[in-house]
Design a protein around this ligand. Structure first.
Ligand code: C2G
Length: 128
């Protein structure tokens, strides 16, 4: 399982999701939990360019993604891991250590971020 906003979907997101899926092996599956617009605005003070329903549809259309859920609170991760019988929790290493509290339920893996790209950077570039 992995979590994210996936706004202005870019290669950094794709490479994270592909690597996350690969951790599950050939018989594995990947569940992606997409941050709702409300959660992003209220909890992360991030304004999304793309609405949550469209961000979820884009992620859900990827070959490496099997299931998409919505993230609406910081507290839902434990229940999501239990309900979805998750073996591995994966995030980019900008979150390193932040989700180690899940280690009693599943493996917790932090993958290196793809350098030189982010939704924030893209927005800045667009604004010139
Ligand atoms: N990512 C990456 N390389 C980048 C940019 C992002 O590997 N150049 C990864 C991030 O580390 C994260 C995932 O892609 O694992 C999604 O990134 P964001 O959409 O920025 O997600 P974020 O806002 O960090 O939300 O509860 C957890 C949060 O919902 C995570």
């Amino acid at each position: 399982i992995t979590y994210g906003t996936f706004d202005l979907f870019h290669i950094g997101h794709l490479r994270l999701l592909q690597r996350a899926r690969a951790l599950g092996g050939e018989n594995g599956s990947l569940t992606v939990v997409v941050s709702s617009d409300r959660f992003n605005w209220v909890e992360k003070h991030k304004k999304c360019a793309i609405p949550d329903v469209q961000r979820a549809e884009i992620v859900g259309a990827l070959k490496c993604v099997d299931k998409v859920l919505f993230e609406d609170s910081w507290e839902q991760k434990r229940q999501d891991v239990i309900d979805n019988k998750i073996d591995i929790f994966v995030m980019g290493d900008d979150w390193k250590g932040k989700f180690d509290f899940l280690k009693d339920l599943c493996d917790v893996v932090y993958l290196p971020r793809t350098p030189d790209i982010s939704s924030t950077e893209l927005k800045t570039k667009l604004h010139g």
